[in-house]
Design a protein around this ligand. Sequence first.
Ligand code: CO
Length: 211
Amino acid sequence: MMRIEQLLERNRAWAAAMVKEDPGFFSRLSQLQKPEFLWIGCSDSRVPANQITGTLPGEVFVHRNVANVVVHTDLNLLTVVEYAVEVLGIEHVIVCGHYGCGGVRAAMTQRDFGLINHWLRNIKDVYRTHRGELESIDDAERRADRLTELNVLEQVHNLAKTTCIQTAWKKHRRPHLHGWVYGIDNGLLKPIVDLAPDASIDPLYEIRPEA
Ligand code: CO
């Protein structure tokens, strides 16, 4: 088991190595952050946004929650999205799920997880929307993998339904929305869906400026 002190020791070693490689690295970053990507991922410790995309501090703005869900009443997520889009000028938003997601698996059971039930409910709703396809898959593991992909698909569409993204699409012709799934067993990202700023969404959710 790693001692808590080791994290601080490793931090000092890491900072020293970074400065050795690029003496101006931290002073540059302290002046400005100008990331081009917003990452909405799962809190799972095996899916760290920067490491798996080979990016450095300053390159990815990150929001993580259990099972990478975009809930339209989640003030925390909406604040991150609005800041990323309007202040940082983000070009791409990535919603990234991962195979073997504990949140997705839990949502497929009837177990009582207490408070977490409310959060998992969002994934149960994705299951219900795609019940026919999911229940045609006999293998439980493959069904969970497919729900992981469909969850990413639905969360990207949930993002497109927000006022923030619809406004940004009209005003700035950005950001592009992407849905990916990460393979914990091979380290690879699989693209599932892309929505460009001219993508059409269900008119029921479309917000039009008043004529
Ligand atoms: Co997960």
